[in-house]
Design a protein around this ligand. Structure first.
Ligand code: FEO
Ligand code: CA
Ligand code: CA
Ligand code: CA
Length: 642
């Protein structure tokens, strides 16, 4: 990084990661590659291993381009142009309204909560939290209950300005902790649009101190025991809730991503058991901590005092949105890593399959298959814990396999595999990925998609000239599914399970789309696949859902400078893709500086709910303070919208 003073309060989790593991000083490697490799050369190179067209997008699993051209577009909207302003845009014939924004009261006793530094600590768990992310809507007894993640918090805005983001006491820490986590709330459609049902019995905040149960094969293991919980089965809080998922039995899954940032140490010289220290290194737990600085005022987050506390975060947590008093459950069976989301689907025989990404450069894509069968109305005990966790290995011939993380394959015990999952996956030679974000399953085909958002270090070398590796030392050379060095744009990989069974050990794969800039990088791999055009270009695909008609909705969390590599892309956005034709069209643009993340539908599918995280400017109220919010989007003719 440069020599100017860096303010940790202004860094995103990714930027902090970058700071802790800096890039090489020179960053023109990509320009050299771009000059050297023509698009034609890239195609020929891929054809050498047999599936160039597949890798370029209009491939194996798409229909042929002739078929695509003959097909009638399935998009019920006119695509919109890129935007650079501080507002939300949707196509003609569609409208949106804000459902809830950071600071809105969920209960009357929190009316008038001031989201600036004046917000009261004791009401900070009675309001809609900050920075929304994954969300799912549940229909229960005719009521619409929505569960929404609040991924992170901006210390500077929520704490007194003079403190410049640093918590001064335990109360400050508690306030930050309560502004994150999950909101469960009832919403209803009124003449004025969708709105929160204040004081509904279903309204609930789950945050960094909410009691929860730890279950699954690692529950009760020594690695999970702390001074406050000698059983290793009771945890407080769910942290850095990123993407979401839902089970067939109607529960919400919230996924703990950059949990490492909440921990730090008051003793930089503290020593740890070697296995614990190795885990800290692999998962990015440092003595300094990230901007939250909980450890200074809350000993639970001080690794010098509670070295096992970080082992109790990094899981997928199940919440029953219909039971406000239920205790959330952390499922160790789904592994511990920087969980993005959870895409749940049934195998051919009724076993539960969960696809999951670990969002860090060079980390992996996972799949869990339960031992038990799901029966509607039957017991769901163990369906997210007792089973086999596997990791993806992609090969050049457009094939791939799920490699089971067993004690025999890894030399680790099952609890160790589930707590140090990254280490286990490295041991079996999993394919390093360009930051796996959301996975989505196609309801109309036995296939799934994963956004690989970007990876500027792919194929790069460090200052000493050594090849870049993930935190476990797995070198990140370009590979078939992550083919571009210095990948600033990202791609979406798709796999089709063999035997039409999501539990099959093997699959076929292709790249559904490779994002890029066909204006700036014409004739190179960085132009993107053929389904990327000047009219729909984007970077850093992240959120993703596939609707009931089989359209793929892609949300972006990328660079929105609209300059250089990113010229012509504008603000972050949401696009719709037709997986049959490969066609992709821009549906929504977010306010400048924001990320578009989180997507779910009303029970009648006439409303689509979309989240806007960390907007800029003065969105949405114009009051000078940008506020993360979820919006409802409808067609003006009230027709179906997915
Ligand atoms: Fe929270 Fe990887 O996004
Ligand atoms: Ca994300
Ligand atoms: Ca992202
Ligand atoms: Ca984010």
């Amino acid at each position: 990084m440069s020599d100017h003073q860096i303010d940790i309060q202004d860094l995103s989790a990714d930027e902090w990661d970058e700071l802790n593991f800096p890039r090489p000083a020179t960053n023109d490697f990509d320009r050299v590659v771009e000059a050297a490799i023509s698009r034609r050369g890239f195609l020929s190179g891929l054809l050498a291993f047999g599936s160039g067209a597949a890798v370029m997008g209009a491939g194996l699993l798409n229909s042929t381009s002739a078929q695509a051209q003959a097909a009638v577009s399935r998009f019920a909207f006119t695509p919109i142009a890129m935007q650079t302003d501080f507002d939300v845009h949707v196509p003609e014939g569609y409208s949106w309204n804000v459902v809830a924004k950071w600071g809105d009261a969920l209960f009357s006793d929190a009316d008038g909560y001031d989201v600036t530094e004046g917000g009261a600590v004791d009401k900070s768990d009675r309001i809609f939290g900050e920075n929304t992310d994954g969300m799912e809507l549940f229909s229960f007894q005719g009521r619409q209950i929505i569960a929404i993640n609040h991924e992170y918090v901006n210390n500077k805005i929520n704490l007194p300005a003079a403190q410049d983001g640093a918590p001064a006491n335990a109360g400050d820490v508690l306030k930050l902790q309560q502004l994150q986590g999950v909101t469960v709330m009832e919403i209803a459609e009124t003449d004025a649009g969708w709105t929160v049902v204040k004081d509904s019995p279903f309204n609930r905040r789950i945050h960094h101190n909410t009691p929860m149960q730890i279950v699954g094969p690692a529950a009760g293991h020594d690695l999970l025991k702390t001074e406050a919980d000698q059983t290793g089965t009771l945890s407080l809080g769910t942290m850095n809730n990123c993407g979401s998922g839902r089970t067939p039995w109607g529960t919400y899954l919230t996924c703990e991503e950059n949990f490492n940032g909440y921990f730090g140490s008051t003793n930089a010289d503290a020593t740890y058991d070697p296995a614990v220290a190795a885990g800290y290194k692999r998962y990015g737990i440092t003595a300094e901590g990230f901007r939250y600085q909980y450890h200074v005022h809350d000993a639970r987050f001080d690794t010098a005092k509670n070295p096992n506390e970080p082992h109790r975060a990094g899981y997928i947590v199940e919440i029953d949105p219909t039971k406000p008093d239920s205790v959330p459950v952390k499922h160790t069976g789904l592994g511990r890593f920087k969980h993005e989301n959870a895409a749940v689907v049934l195998a051919a025989d009724g076993r539960i399959v969960v696809y999951m990404g670990d969002d860090e450069r060079g980390e992996f894509l996972y799949r869990f298959v339960s031992n038990g069968i799901y029966t509607p109305g039957g017991s769901t005990d163990g369906l997210l814990d007792d089973g086999v966790l596997s990791v993806a290995k992609f090969t050049e011939d457009g094939k791939g396999e799920w490699v089971a993380l067993t004690p025999a394959a890894t030399g680790m015990t099952l609890p160790e595999i589930l707590v140090f999952t990254r280490t286990a996956a490295s041991k079996v030679g999993a394919t390093t990925m360009d930051r796996p974000e959301w996975v989505a399953v196609n309801p109309l085909a036995i296939e799934a998609y994963c956004c690989l958002t970007n990876n500027a270090r792919r194929g790069a070398t460090d200052d000493a000239g050594k090849p870049r590796a993930n935190a476990g030392g797995d070198v990140m050379d370009p590979n078939p599914v992550n083919p571009r060095a210095k990948n600033n744009f990202g791609q979406i990989v798709r796999w089709r399970a063999h035997g039409d069974d999501h539990a099959a050990a093997t699959f076929d794969w292709d790249l559904y789309v490779m994002a890029g800039n066909p204006t700036v990088h014409a004739g190179t791999p960085y132009a993107g696949s053929p389904n990327v055009t000047q009219g729909n270009m984007f970077n850093s695909p992240d959120g993703m859902q596939i609707d009931s008609t089989g359209l793929v909705w892609i949300q972006t969390d990328g660079e929105d400078s609209n300059e250089g590599d990113y010229a012509g892309m504008g603000n972050n956005q949401m696009l719709a893709g037709d997986p049959v034709t490969g066609e992709i069209a821009r549906f929504l643009t977010g306010p400048k500086d924001s990320e578009v993340t989180g997507l779910t539908w009303s029970a009648d599918r006439r409303t689509m709910f979309v989240g806007i995280q960390h907007p800029g400017g003065s969105w949405p109220t114009g009051n000078g303070l940008p506020q993360s919010a979820i919006i409802a989007i409808k067609r003006d003719d009230n027709a179906l919208i997915g």
